[in-house]
Design a protein around this ligand. Structure first.
Ligand code: NAP
Length: 317
């Protein structure tokens, strides 16, 4: 067998990729992580990680933010020996027993196993004004852009965990936050939804659709529709934070089976249908996307990859 450059390549450095890197390196594998942005993935945008085990304990130090947790996970993986490359993974091919990853620069890297942990990105609404006012009142990250709109009229779009979490955060910056959701009830976990519903600084408006974002230099108003009555109306405002779900980032692995929403299917060992190819975290088909779940899946994927690599090495001597 041709000698690979590394034992294991991990695509993506969110909580799944970082945990896989740590577990893989601790299992004595030569691990390289390829990430196009800063390590941390979607966790970078979480202000308070209140549901990560052990992160909030009354009477002890302040909880880590998603950014701080990601930094620590990155350092821990590096300390165990994982290498990090900041580049886009252009394509992934299997050639015999070897996987070849072609980077955006055109360089290639080979390994015996690959873990796809490329995560998911924000879904856009595709309505007029969304692109035009991006960065000028339209945002997908409350902790990044919320502070620009202190005391202003802020709208939050969506009814999932992200919308509820981020509305809570924004309500600390402004007493005029309105959550607009297209249906008559939240999709979010009950605890998050109830906190939003009982927050006096948040107005919740169900059965409301955002049709258009208007402004001049920046956002000044939204065109809204009451989905029960069909009535359309204009409402003045300064910012709109959109949390309409996520889209899996699977460009590097187009040929593996996916579920109906495009998320990669694996077995419980995180193995895809391609031997040696594993997936973990938000890119994987899973009903509950959480930092703790991604980290757990990363650990399982690294363990499974290590077993697979041992078997390949034993067979090929
Ligand atoms: P999500 O759970 O898929 O919710 C997306 C929300 O956006 C839904 O309420 C959906 O409405 C709405 N929506 C989708 N397309 C829309 C459109 N075109 N126009 C208007 N509204 C639209 O996504 P998420 O809230 O981003 O969460 C993603 C994953 O991360 C979930 O698994 C979630 O549990 C997890 N997460 C967890 C936490 C936490 O535990 N604290 C925080 C953030 C995210 P419908 O309800 O009508 O479909």
């Amino acid at each position: 067998m041709i000698k690979p450059d590394r034992d294991l390549i991990i695509l993506g450095a969110g909580p799944a990729g970082l945990t896989a890197a740590q577990y893989g390196s601790r299992a004595n594998l030569q691990v390289t992580v390829i990430e196009e942005l800063s390590p941390g993935g979607q966790a970078l945008f979480i202000d308070t990680l209140e549901n990560y085990p052990g992160n909030i304990v009354k009477g002890t130090a302040a909880p880590k933010s998603g950014f701080e947790l990601a930094q620590d996970m990155h350092r821990q993986a590096e300390d165990f020996g994982a290498a990090f490359i900041t580049e886009t993974a252009g394509s992934l091919k299997k050639e015999g027993e070897l996987f070849r990853v072609t980077l955006g620069s055109g360089n290639t890297l080979t390994a015996l196993a690959v873990i796809v942990a490329t995560g998911a990105k924000h879904r856009k609404l595709g309505i007029p004004g969304e692109e035009e006012f991006a960065g000028r009142g339209v945002s997908y990250c409350a902790s990044c852009d919320g502070p620009f709109f202190k005391g202003k009229k802020i709208f939050v779009i969506g009814g999932g965990d992200a919308a509820c979490d981020e509305a809570q955060f924004l309500s600390r910056l402004s007493p005029a936050v309105a959550v607009l959701h297209r249906r008559d009830r939240f999709r979010a976990q009950k605890a998050l939804a109830e906190r939003v519903l009982s927050n006096p600084r948040i107005e919740v408006r169900f059965n409301t659709r955002l049709r258009e974002i208007r402004g001049d230099q920046k956002v000044t108003a939204l065109m809204l529709e009451n989905t029960e009555t069909g009535e359309s109306y204009r409402e003045a405002g300064d910012a709109v934070f959109i949390f309409a779900g996520t889209l899996p980032q699977t460009a590097a692995a187009p040929d593996v089976p996916k579920d109906e929403n495009g998320y990669i299917l694996t077995d419980q060992a995180m193995a895809t249908s391609v031997p040696g190819l594993f997936a973990a975290g938000d890119v994987r088909s899973c009903p509950f996307r959480q930092v703790v779940v991604a980290a757990g899946e990363g650990a399982v994927a690294a363990h499974s990859a290590a077993e697979y690599i041992d078997r390949i090495k034993a067979v090929s001597g």
